[in-house]
Design a protein around this ligand. Structure first.
Ligand code: ATP
Ligand code: MG
Length: 512
């Protein structure tokens, strides 16, 4: 078998199934999350698992991780039927899992999170703290990531949390490595590093299962692909024999047009930022966004893009600099004031900031517009349901039904609810932070269509995204940030992947 992407890597000859599911079914209430799915993960392969939001990918992962027992069917490890009870037992079986939603202990240190449950023990039988920190540091070095392993997890970005999850999975010798959308928050640099590690694992005979919505990455890394649709197995095939279009058709059941960007003529400057600084986060940031314009923000993880957005949205205060909205200097004391002023912000971390998980879809979507819909604070259920229904239908939130509690939705569908919620505020300036993180191709095309339409309607849009192809396709202009400063500004005509990467990594380019 050859490897998609052309990399010449030695392959183990005998490929026995490391893990196998036989006719596994799993149901949640009325939802059949998996319907008699059979699946083999071979030793020494990278196997991609793809499908629309809610297709059942994470459910399959959680069954392998010992978090859910299957309703029926068998799980086999190295050919033996096994019952996996809980995460610790999965680890004993040699199954390492990076879950879609990081589940870390905020008050423990990074090193403790990495080694939780299997801390290195010293001679006296007590935990070897120094050894643990050293081992954790070595894992991050391997990932090419600078993190202080002694500091607590609280307050870290999604990307850093994801990297800690990855380090945790790599902290013991696994036979099966499962990555549930590990790259969703990561930028190109970290993704490359992770791919090197995944290829090393494959060469050692590890079975690597890789859930991903970024199809370029699926083709770059995987040997085989399995597609799930509505809990059913559609196809398993070598990735080399498939085109992106085939894959989308298997996933969605039809063709999807990507990036249908509407041409818009930018109008007056709506948002102007001049010399904005916040110590330790970003320095001397200046830019302007016009009505009808999509301004892309590219950069590596930690470049300061989210921090700028949080200041504009009134979450944090700047140390210096001026923000003008429609020509008038503004300084928002709180997100509520920013919303009143006409700024909406779709945050990257939907669990901490984006959603109230115990609320229904309708309640979540109508949260920020309650003030607008109900000036006398009269919460009308029908108005709420109508607005929520409109937006969640447009984004195809599934299962449909705005009365559903958000915590029971799949990761990607939760993300759609966050976006719908902020679109419903009809702001002047819309800041989108990783808006398509974790959502499937069809919904992504839909979000892009909506962003394009909103720009054409005259909104000024800031699009922060680690997905370079998204920024290149959607933005009229691209600002690149590096270590808290703007390192380049490129028009969509002159921007290329290479120019953006050069500026994002802080290299000097001729003329940039
Ligand atoms: N704990 C749960 N309670 C209720 N329903 C659930 C639960 N977990 C999953 N589901 C439902 O099962 C279906 C499959 O969900 P799953 O999380 O496996 O999807 P997914 O393929 O991982 O999607 P995504 O791409 O959005 O992450 C969805 O309809 C989801 O709403
Ligand atoms: Mg999932």
């Amino acid at each position: 078998m050859t490897i998609a992407g052309g990399a010449a890597v030695e392959r183990p000859v005998a490929q026995a199934p490391r893990a196998e599911l036989r006719e596994v079914s799993k149901r949640f209430g009325a939802t059949q999350a998996l319907a008699s799915v059979s699946f083999e993960l071979l030793a020494g392969e990278v196997h991609a698992l793809v499908g629309e939001n809610g297709a059942g990918k994470s459910t399959l992962v959680k069954i392998l991780a010992g978090l859910y027992p299957p309703d029926s069917g068998l799980v086999l490890l190295d050919g033996q039927p096994q019952q996996i009870h809980g995460a610790a037992q999965a680890r004993d079986f040699g199954i390492a899992v990076v879950h879609q939603e990081p589940s870390l202990f905020p008050d423990l240190s990074i090193a403790e999170n990495v080694f939780l449950g299997h801390q290195p023990v010293g001679r006296a039988g007590s935990i070897d703290w120094r050894g643990m920190r050293r081992a954790a540091q070595a894992l991050f070095d391997e990932l090419g990531v600078r993190l202080d392993v002694a500091s607590p997890v609280r307050g870290l970005s999604m990307a850093d949390q994801q990297l800690i999850e990855i380090a945790r999975a790599l902290s013991f010798d696994a036979k099966v490595l499962v990555l549930d959308e590990p790259t969703a928050s990561l930028s190109t640099h970290e993704v490359d590093q992770l791919f090197v590690i995944a290829r090393q694992a494959r060469a050692k005979g590890v079975g690597v299962l890789f859930v991903n919505h970024r199809l370029e990455e699926v083709f770059e890394l995987s040997d085989r692909v399995t597609v799930l649709r509505d809990g059913r197995h559609v196809i398993t095939a070598p990735s080399i024999g498939l085109t992106p279009r085939d894959l989308i058709r298997h996933m969605v059941g039809r063709d999807v047009t990507m990036f249908p960007k509407v041409a818009a003529t930018p109008g007056d400057v709506l948002l102007e930022v001049d010399g904005l600084s916040r110590a330790g986060e970003f320095e001397d940031v200046s830019f302007a966004v016009r009505a009808g314009e999509i301004l892309g923000f590219a950069g590596l993880v930690g470049a300061g893009r989210t921090e700028v957005a949080r200041v504009l949205f009134g979450v944090e205060r700047p140390d210096r600099g001026v923000v003008r909205l429609g020509g008038r200097p503004v300084s928002f004391e709180s997100p509520a004031a920013a919303i009143q002023g006409g700024i909406a912000y779709v945050p990257e971390d939907r669990h901490q900031e984006g959603l109230v998980l115990d609320f229904s879809v309708a309640e979540n979507i109508s949260l920020p517009i309650i003030a607008r819909l109900f000036p006398r604070l009269f919460v009308g259920r029908r108005a709420e349901a109508r607005v929520a229904g409109e937006f969640s239908a447009e984004l195809n939130v599934r299962p449909a039904g705005v009365e559903r509690i958000v915590s029971g939705l799949s990761g990607g569908n939760q993300q759609k609810v966050v976006i719908a919620k902020w679109l419903a505020t009809k702001p002047q300036v819309l800041i989108l932070d990783e808006p398509t993180r974790g959502i499937d191709v069809a919904a992504k095309a839909e979000v892009h269509r909506i962003i394009g339409t909103l720009a054409a309607e005259g909104l000024a849009i800031m699009l922060i995204s680690s997905d370079l192809s998204e920024v290149l396709a959607m933005a009229d202009r691209i600002i690149v940030m590096h270590e808290g400063r703007i390192s380049a500004e490129l028009s969509s005509a002159e921007a290329t992947e290479e120019k953006v990467m050069v500026a994002a990594t802080g290299q000097q380019a001729g003329g940039a």
